[in-house]
Ligand binder design. Structure first.
Ligand code: NAD
Ligand code: WQD
Length: 338
């Protein structure tokens, strides 16, 4: 099958491209490189010995998508493209609704015109309403997200559900990721945030290589086992395998499916620091500070639906996550810039 990856040069997209190539699929990446570098795909090509077709473009450019789809035989789209920085989204909501919501609308319109109606979408656990009951299954209520990024993901879920209901020829998977972390085991590709990282693990990694002085631990008075926030951290290679499984499951079918992609296991911030220190064999300087607005105490997945429907489950544990995150960061202290 030929799979079209929007945002395929980014963190999750590049790992998924690798997994798809290794499974024998052809991969076309469409990315405006606003938060990624072409080098990630060069490395995927080196690792797999296979070619990726790269097209520089923006999903909001419907005419360009029309030309691209007309010239190729695309079987399915995996839609990663979008902006994802929660804090930035509160300062620039229009940019988030434009890239994420209007971008998805433009993509779906172009797919429809080209008779391509198989779509896997990168959603997020952020769509769930705040809940004291863990784990979160797909039936848990969605909420009013605390930031425009989260709202854009929920709006896209609604848009796709309405589309599929109106035209049952569509086959759509909404994949709700929990906290994607880690890197390919080679250490050649990984997460390369521009500027100051927003997420925990890239922040810890950059403290470890001396790019940042210390980690601020946001909140130590949560009602959790050590007072710090608990999340479900999923290895990006497991997440990538989840996309392959979802594509296999929806190919040639009609309908809309929602699957959590998480491990079902939560770890606290302090447990994450400790596990990283062990993997990297060095201390991480950190300081306990106030809670970060909008954060919940805990969030982890009930991943049983994906296990049942897709035969997929996360296989890599915390040790592998930290080993691979550290290999990537220590071998590429400045990311894809060397
Ligand atoms: P990323 O920023 O590394 O990848 C997104 C890619 O999309 C980048 O390569 C960027 O250049 C590209 N892009 C952005 N806007 C575009 C546009 N208008 N047209 C074309 N390309 C565009 O992020 P990621 O971590 O790989 O996330 C991939 C997807 O998964 C995103 O939709 C994100 O919201 C979602 N997601 C991420 C996480 C996470 O914590 N990383 C969690 C849940 C969901
Ligand atoms: C994890 C834990 C923080 C940074 C976000 C988005 C979510 C999804 C994944 C896209 C929390 C703590 C963090 C730091 C810290 N993205 N922390 N110091 O907030 O669970 O989820 O990324 O869809 O939508 O909201 O991930 O990595 O930011 O935080 O103490 O410098 O680490 O408080 O407990 P989060 P995170």
């Amino acid at each position: 099958m030929t799979v079209f990856l929007t945002g395929g040069a980014g963190f999750i997209g590049s790992h998924t491209a690798l997994v798809l190539l290794e499974a024998g699929h052809d991969v076309v990446v469409y990315d405006n490189l606003s938060n990624a570098s072409r080098e990630s795909l060069n490395r995927v090509e080196q690792l797999t010995g296979q070619r990726i077709e790269f097209i520089a473009g923006d999903i909001r450019d419907g005419q360009h998508l029309d030309r691209v789809f007309a010239e190729r035989d695309i079987d399915a789209v995996v839609h990663f493209a979008g902006l994802k920085a929660v804090g930035e989204s509160t300062e620039q909501p229009l940019a988030y609704y434009d890239n994420n919501v209007a971008g998805t609308l433009s993509l779906c319109n172009a797919m429809d015109r080209a008779d391509i109606r198989t779509l896997v979408f990168s959603s997020s656990a952020t769509v769930y309403a705040e809940s004291r009951e863990m784990p979160l299954s797909e039936q848990a209520p969605t909420g009013r997200p605390t930031n425009p990024y989260g709202s854009s993901k929920l709006m896209i879920e609604w848009l796709l559900a309405d589309l599929q209901q109106a035209d049952p020829r569509w086959s759509i998977a909404l994949l709700r990721y929990f906290n994607p972390v880690g890197a390919h085991e080679s250490g050649r590709i990984g997460e390369d945030p521009q500027g100051r990282p927003n997420n925990l693990l890239p922040f810890i990694s950059q403290v470890a290589v001396g790019r940042l002085p210390e980690l601020a631990v946001y909140g130590s008075d949560y009602p959790t086992r050590d007072g710090t926030g608990i999340r479900d951290y999923i290895h990006v290679m497991d997440l990538a395998a989840g996309h392959l499984a979802a594509l296999k499951a929806i190919e040639g079918t009609n309908g809309l499916h929602t699957w959590n992609l998480g491990t079902g296991q939560g770890y606290s911030v302090l447990e994450m620091i400790q596990a990283f220190e062990q993997a990297a064999d060095r201390d991480i300087a950190y300081r306990l500070v106030e809670r970060r607005p909008g954060d919940v105490a805990e969030c982890w997945a009930d991943a049983s639906r994906a296990a049942r429907d897709l035969g997929w489950r996360a296989e890599r544990g915390l040790e592998e996550i930290m080993r691979d995150a550290w290999r990537w960061q220590s071998q590429n202290p400045n990311g894809f810039r060397g």
